[in-house]
Design a protein around this ligand. Structure first.
Ligand code: NAD
Ligand code: UDX
Length: 480
């Protein structure tokens, strides 16, 4: 029986390995992590992450050919294939701080593998890493190898949260990069055989190591660029009376462009886009390509602009002050169908409103108060370091309250900001909400999920990203 061990039981390691176990009953899969609370949760009825369909997959294989453990060294030494799916956050200090990927966790994983390995291993980069990382990892492994042969493969993951199981069951492609030596190609074929249990062979792409590593950064940069492009257009739509939904529909009808990923929003979030683009920018700078670096940097700048533009719109519409006003925030996760809040635009929007002394009442169907208070107290880029998975004493902000009920969050509020596109926000009883709010009552829809015309009929003043402005909003222009 082939044995797989995966280092890192997070949003990627957990679902990916659960699907491999489900699709490959002849393979034993053990997922290990340094964070005991995460492993305990994977072994319990309440999994550490919310992902539609995940519970079902885990239940079908856990205890059969899928295991979660903290006994890292034992399972690494027994494995034939080791996936490394640990954090690769943005560096917070030192050379490249605020841009470069912090490979501390990756390097310590590689050193540990070299220390405990007693037989040949295929080591798979599952984490998103800077291009050429495999070269560094190879050096670490071979300098400490005791005669053991290590083959490094790059197998970046393309799943999106909220649809991870669907994406893993039916990926657009699986990408495997390896050394162009006979041993390297043999390792590529071994990993390909794992995916071939359920992925059609023509969708399993094989490339050299550097192409695979760079393709992951490139794919995220292209995806994020689409959102920044449509968000840039949304600002122009508001200034001119064009409607961004109509513009993106018309643009996306061009088969060369395509309709997906063109939804204007309060800004993109999530653990990947910003981190990976900053990493790409840093790599370009290090390779003497400042023009290329500046091109991609602009994607992040527009995203930051979009978030601050939204805050400015809220404040300016409400007579230029939100001090002591109650603002209800509906949705805190970075997108629907996940409880993940890493780099969610809600953090920057809430911090902006808090900076203007608003009182915020937050409701998200999947995010706990502890998580929200922690996110609002944390410094930029600190969130992706495993230490923050450990329980810590909460620093609560008194200006922020968190509830499990949208009606309670909006009661007595002056305004509502919709920051995640949860389906349930479309069907709330907005008449009931309006009646319980201070007047004039505002809705700032950062995801274009509500029917703005219906809300206007009720009496709300409504702002929708990139849509023609109410007379009220036109009279109170936001200063960008
Ligand atoms: P995560 O924080 O959810 O999980 C990482 C896990 O690794 C944590 O549980 C941490 O405790 C563990 N870990 C850290 N060092 C370890 C070590 N030495 N040994 C064992 N475990 C260790 O992160 P994630 O979202 O799963 O992302 C992991 C990687 O995958 C990152 O490089 C990320 O960029 C990439 N990625 C993420 C996504 C996504 O949607 N989240 C998608 C594609 C790629
Ligand atoms: C992304 C990539 O899609 C995935 O391939 C990669 O493996 C990891 O990074 P993820 O961050 O989980 O996945 O979610 P995604 O669906 O890409 O959304 C990212 C952010 O962009 C969210 O905040 C989302 O709301 C926003 N978004 C997405 C928009 O604002 N508009 C869109 O049209 C699409």
């Amino acid at each position: 029986m082939v044995k797989i061990c995966c280092l890192g039981a997070g949003y990627v390691g957990g679902p990916t390995m659960a699907v491999i176990a489900l699709k490959c009953p002849d393979i034993q899969v053990v997922v290990v992590d340094i964070t005991k609370s995460r492993i305990d949760a994977w072994n319990s009825d309440t999994l550490p992450i919310y992902e539609p369909g995940l519970d079902d997959v885990v239940k079908q294989c856990r205890g059969k050919n899928l295991f979660f453990s903290t006994d890292i060294e034992k399972h690494v030494s027994e494995a034939d294939i080791i996936f490394v799916s640990v954090n690769t956050p943005t560096k917070t200090r030192g050379l490249g701080a605020g841009k470069a990927a912090d490979l501390t966790y990756w390097e310590s994983a590689a050193r540990m593998i070299a220390d405990v390995a007693k037989s040949d291993k295929i080591v798979v980069e599952k984490s998103t890493v800077p291009v050429k990382t495999a070269e560094a990892i190879e050096k670490i492994l071979t300098h400490n190898s005791n005669g053991i042969n290590f083959q490094i493969l790059s197998n970046p993951e393309f799943l999106a949260e909220g649809t991870a199981i669907k994406d893993l069951f039916n990926p657009d492609r699986v990408l495997i990069g390896g050394r162009e030596t006979p041993e390297g190609q043999k390792a590529v074929q071994t990993l390909k055989a794992v995916y071939a249990h359920w992925v059609p062979e023509d969708q399993i792409l094989t490339t050299n190591l550097w192409s695979a590593e760079l393709s992951k950064l490139a794919a995220n940069a292209f995806l994020a660029q689409r959102i920044s492009s449509v968000n840039a257009m949304s600002a122009l739509c508001e200034a001119t009376g064009a409607n961004v939904s109509e513009v993106s529909y018309a643009v996306g009808k061009d088969s060369r462009i395509g309709p997906k990923f063109l939804n204007a929003s309060v800004g993109f979030g999530g653990s990947c886009f910003q981190k990976d683009i900053l990493n790409l920018v840093y790599i370009c700078e290090c390779n003497g390509l400042p023009e290329v670096a500046n091109y991609w940097k602009q994607v992040i700048k527009i995203n930051d602009y979009q978030k601050s533009r939204f805050v400015n719109r809220v404040v300016s519409s409400m007579f230029n002050t939100v001090a002591n006003k109650k603002i209800a925030v509906l949705g805190f996760a970075f997108k629907k169908d996940t409880g993940d809040t890493r780099e969610t635009p809600a953090i920057d929007v809430c911090k902006g409103l808090l900076g203007d002394k608003a009182k915020i009442s937050i409701y998200d169907p999947q995010v706990t108060e502890d998580q929200i208070q922690r996110d609002l107290a944390m410094n930029k880029f600190d969130w992706d370091h495993p230490v923050h998975l450990q329980p810590m004493s909460p620093t609560t902000t008194k200006q922020v309250s968190v509830t499990w009920d949208a009606y309670e969050a909006t009661k007595d509020a002056h305004g509502i900001c919709i920051l995640t596109e949860w389906d349930e926000f479309k069907t709330l009883d907005y008449k009931k909400i309006y009646d319980s709010m201070q007047k004039p009552a505002f809705v700032f829809d950062g995801r274009n999920v509500v029917d703005s015309e219906k809300l206007r009929e009720i009496g709300f003043i409504v702002y929708s990203i990139g849509k023609p402005l109410d007379a009220w909003l036109k009279d109170m222009p936001a200063v960008a």
